[in-house]
Design a protein around this ligand. Structure first.
Ligand SMILES: [Zn+2]
Length: 292
């Protein structure tokens, strides 16, 4: 295996940068590491099905030559050490806890430099166009609502149960104040109906109007593919517009999946520039590795 020496660092303007180095994939190293992981996986499988003392299996795996049985593992004792039944009351409590485990979406304040040429957003967003704190119902695929969000997304229809869950969360725990007077949503050119259809049913349950006022004016790359803040911002520049005269009251801005949160930030700013009241982002699931 060859070891690359770090490339020289040079100053460009006021920033220090590494100069580019010619790069080739080290196939041999990749093969070696993959093979090693496969062997480890293989060993775990063997452990799970091992008929003899489990402790001596582990010791031998770690190069200890000792062969005597430990007398304490489930094979030596010939009985399970941990119970495999679960208290149903505990299961119910966990499910309830997870279904009430919504996450706060913190409003973003500072945009990436030179990312919003068309919209003209620079530095810190003015308070008047920042979003309010929002809420996400679940983590994508989690054992609370996240699994239903994932399944529903694949079936291209979000169920009424999720709308009920949002209403319950909004009324019983979040209670935003001043309370929104209307609902709008994040548009998508790939799934034209999915989110608007859900937002409309949610609005009916909340007893306030749904106004489909945000339009997507051009196709862009998926937001989740953007690797850093500059690309997450510039990928949204000029992509959305506000379509029609809009109410000046506070509004819920609904989306299905939130990742970095920049889409909600940008549309919140555009809505308020167009004359809406304050904007509360609201989403079904977060795919962010950090909590938003
Ligand atoms: Zn043993």
């Amino acid at each position: 295996m060859s070891v690359e020496t770090p490339s020289p660092v040079i100053k460009v303007g006021s920033q220090w940068r590494r100069t580019p180095v010619p790069f080739t994939m080290n196939e041999e190293r990749i093969y070696h590491l993959t093979h090693q992981r496969e062997q480890e996986w293989e060993q775990v499988q063997q452990y799970l099905g091992h008929p003899g003392c489990l402790m001596s299996f582990l010791r031998n795996s770690l190069d200890d030559p000792a062969t005597e049985n430990c007398g304490r593992c489930s094979i030596c004792l010939q009985q399970l050490i941990l119970p495999i039944t679960v208290d149903p009351i505990l299961v119910h409590q966990v499910a309830t806890f997870l279904k009430h485990a919504e996450i706060v979406i913190k409003p973003k304040k500072q945009v990436a430099a030179n990312a919003f040429i068309e919209y003209g957003f620079k530095g810190n967003l003015a308070t008047e166009i920042q979003a309010q704190e929002g809420r996400v119902l679940s983590r994508w695929g989690d054992a609370g609502w996240g699994k239903m969000v994932l399944d529903n997304k694949h079936n291209n229809h979000f169920s009424d149960e999720l709308a009920d869950a949002l209403v319950e969360m909004i009324h019983n725990r979040w209670q935003p104040e001043p309370y929104p007077t209307w609902v709008c949503c994040v548009p998508s050119l790939n799934h034209l109906e999915l989110v608007p259809n859900f937002a409309q049913r949610l609005a009916i349950k909340l007893g306030i109007p749904f106004i489909n006022t945000v339009v997507k004016t051009k196709e862009n790359q998926p937001q989740k593919a953007q690797q850093n803040r500059f690309h997450q911002c510039s990928n949204l520049d000029g992509v959305f517009a506000i379509g029609q005269p809009i109410p000046d009251g506070p509004v819920f801005l609904v989306d299905d999946i939130v990742d970095s949160g920049w889409t909600l930030t940008v549309i919140s700013a555009l809505l308020q520039e167009a004359g809406s009241g304050i904007v509360y982002p609201l989403a079904l699931a977060s795919t962010s590795v950090k909590d938003t």
